[in-house]
Design a protein around this ligand. Structure first.
Ligand code: NAD
Length: 260
């Protein structure tokens, strides 16, 4: 379905981004991976994806805190693999604290990674999509792009901003063959959430699995984690022809979290 397409997935060395990269490769897209990690492990992931799916896979180490590195990554991907036509703005970080104790540098880093990086990558990739008359931009937002939780000021602000950026991008590209949508997952058990489970287990003197159950109990009515594969399959659908008239949407996949 996606043969001859080039997909750039930010933050794809683990978690949701890696699952999306794998799923797009399984449908024939060439992949530019991005994100932190050990060189050997990233090479292993790259080799495995190339062998399994018979597509080209490369990795660019851009630190998304720096707009010039994002620009270099988009240009390099387009030069090495072909024009970037699928952009998945996925990279994200988290930090939790009450507002009056929230470190200013953490606020800046979360806004830069979770929001500004998506703007810069979209800014740099859109010209390639416009030239080809086809494009898919998928912003991995969160339920926190739609509702709030305590102690997550920067994350909630950034994700609400990302949903807003999604709508503007959709309006500016409407009718051009380019779509832009946001996916808003609830709890997915990745490194990002594992840290929150560990913190909860530590502060309440309980085991990891009890802390994970408590996390779900508070917010996610299904009492089950969303999986990275669930999110990845929605991203694949958004790249399909069937989704060509879906744009500007914020799609929840949250076990009922935002229905409450
Ligand atoms: P993760 O920690 O497994 O993955 C984050 C990825 O981003 C990693 O590849 C990491 O190397 C990369 N990254 C972080 N900072 C970077 C930077 N400055 N430059 C380049 N790469 C950077 O986390 P995840 O849960 O897979 O999160 C992926 C996205 O999904 C995030 O935007 C997150 O906010 C969102 N999300 C996650 C959940 C969840 O429950 N896990 C729920 C809703 C939304």
């Amino acid at each position: 379905m996606l043969q001859d397409k080039v997909a750039l997935v930010t933050g794809s060395t683990s978690g949701i981004g890696l699952a999306i990269a794998r799923a797009l490769a399984a449908h024939g897209a060439c992949i530019m991976l991005n994100g932190f990690g050990e060189r050997g492990e990233i090479d292993r992931i790259r080799d495995e994806m190339e062998t399994t799916h018979n597509v080209r896979v490369m990795h660019h180490p851009a630190n998304l805190l720096h707009p010039n590195e994002i620009y270099e990554m988009v240009e390099w991907a387009s030069a090495q693999l072909g024009p970037v036509e699928i952009l998945v703005n996925n990279a994200g970080i988290q930090y939790t604290a009450p507002i009056d104790e929230f470190p200013r540098d953490k606020w800046d880093a979360i806004l830069a990674t979770n929001l500004s990086a998506a703007f810069h990558a979209t800014h740099d990739a859109l010209p390639f999509m416009k030239r080809n008359g086809w494009g898919r931009i998928i912003n991995i937002a969160s339920v926190h792009g739609l509702v709030a939780s305590v102690n997550k000021a920067a994350y909630v602000a950034a994700k609400h901003g990302l949903v807003g950026l999604t709508k503007v991008t959709a309006l500016e590209t409407a009718g051009s063959g380019i779509t832009c949508n946001a996916i808003c997952p609830g709890w997915v058990r990745t490194q990002l959430v594992e840290k929150q489970i560990e913190a909860r287990a530590l502060s309440s003197a309980m085991g990891l699995e009890d802390a994970a159950r408590q996390l779900l109990l508070e917010k996610q009515p299904s009492q089950q984690f969303v999986t990275v594969e669930h999110v990845a399959q929605l991203a694949v659908f958004l790249c399909s022809d069937a989704a060509s008239q879906m744009t500007g949407a914020a799609l929840t996949m949250d076990g009922g979290w935002t229905a409450q």
